[in-house]
Design a protein around this ligand. Structure first.
Ligand code: TXA
Ligand code: MG
Length: 330
């Protein structure tokens, strides 16, 4: 059931559900989350079950502010404090050393915990109300079936989990791709997942160089969003340079069938028969990130068999979008 985040009674209903160990579709500024009380083992088990996600894959725990961090983490390094001060509330997740016995199931049994304070006002409202009732953290992976496209509207969430799930409608997610994840448990900041907050911004905020996980020889923690194949639509997705799709489309001519194209360049119109769906890719990376998952879902809804996407520029502001597209195409 979708309830309105603008209605205080509905927000209260969402808070009550979480505090009672129920699941909730929670809006955040990045994507919608499938939320549950992070300290309630059976509630957390419901998340893994509903998503079909292996229970060893850790979930992000959402908190109302950095004041809640000591409830879940200890030995927080200085550079992590700087990142919190700079980017929270906002689309940044920090992996920190986990306090023994805290949120063990949500953390997938790892000795670290991923914490994030989201900036969506309705998410903050829910988290603050939960904290006031002693629910200090809310575990929430993206509200999609394991490996599938993340949801950026309440309707997307409902299409993943059906009408029985309580979903707080907070409108369209502003950012559109998941938070940047920085591992702060290795002495140096390690970028586990690129997002809207860029490498340069992180390095500047903590005055340290960001390390890539491949550069460390220790075993990286299991992270769904870092699997080679993830965020996949049903249709087959191919990344193509402009000249590539233009040539391929010219070769198909009027025979294009069940084909979708997301590109900055518009295809020459005599080729756009009933068999080709085209959507304009914004030339601005922030806007493209905002549109990405809803475009993939839209193409899937139209039942296309193949999706061609113009390869984004190889520049820092496109890193998050490029990362999601690479995994969606794998
Ligand atoms: O923007 C976001 O981060 C969204 C919204 C809902 O907040 N959440 C999200 O959650 O993307 P999820 O579970 O789909 O992705 C979280 C990523 C996964 O790749 C997970 O493995 C990783 O964070 N992660 C969480 N805790 C971790 C930990 N302790 N160590 C390593 N990776 C961790
Ligand atoms: Mg996810």
């Amino acid at each position: 059931m979708i309830i309105s985040g603008n209605n205080p009674a509905h927000v209260q209903q969402a808070v009550d559900a979480l505090c009672a160990g129920e699941l909730l579709g929670l809006p955040t500024e990045t994507v919608y989350g499938l939320a549950a009380d992070a300290s309630n083992e059976s509630a957390v088990a419901k998340i893994f079950k509903a998503k079909g996600r292996p229970s060893s894959h850790p979930l992000i725990v959402h908190v109302a502010s950095s004041d809640c961090v000591p409830k879940f983490a200890n030995d927080v390094p200085d550079f992590a404090l700087k990142l919190m001060a700079k980017f929270w509330p906002g689309p940044l997740t920090l992996i920190l050393p986990r306090r023994a016995e805290r949120a063990a199931a949500a953390a997938g049994g790892q000795n670290s915990v991923g914490l994030r304070c989201p900036s969506h006002p309705m998410a903050l409202e829910v988290l603050e109300a939960c904290a006031a009732k002693g629910v200090w953290g809310v575990a929430a992976p993206s509200a999609n079936q394991f490996g599938r496209v993340s949801p950026t509207t309440a309707a997307h969430v409902q299409s993943e989990f059906g009408p029985a799930l309580l979903i707080l409608d907070g409108g369209e997610c502003e950012v559109g791709i998941e938070s940047t994840i920085v591992d702060c448990t290795r002495g140096v900041p390690v970028l586990l997942r690129p997002g809207q907050i860029s490498r340069a911004q992180i390095e500047q905020a903590c005055d340290l160089k960001l390390v890539n996980p491949e550069a460390l020889n220790s075993e990286a923690p299991r992270a769904s969003g870092t699997l080679e194949s993830h965020y996949a639509p049903t249709a087959k997705l191919r990344l193509m340079r402009t000249e590539e799709w233009q040539k391929a489309l010219a070769a198909l001519g009027p025979h294009a069938q069940n084909l979708a194209l997301w590109s900055v360049q518009k295809p020459s119109h005599d080729l756009r028969g009933a068999g080709l769906f085209w959507r304009a890719m914004p030339s601005d990376a922030t806007q493209a990130a905002h549109d990405l998952f809803s475009v993939l879902r839209d193409f899937d809804t139209r039942g296309v068999h193949t999706i061609w996407i113009e390869t984004p520029p190889d520049t820092p502001e496109w890193e998050g979008v490029r990362d999601r597209l690479k995994r969606a195409a794998a």
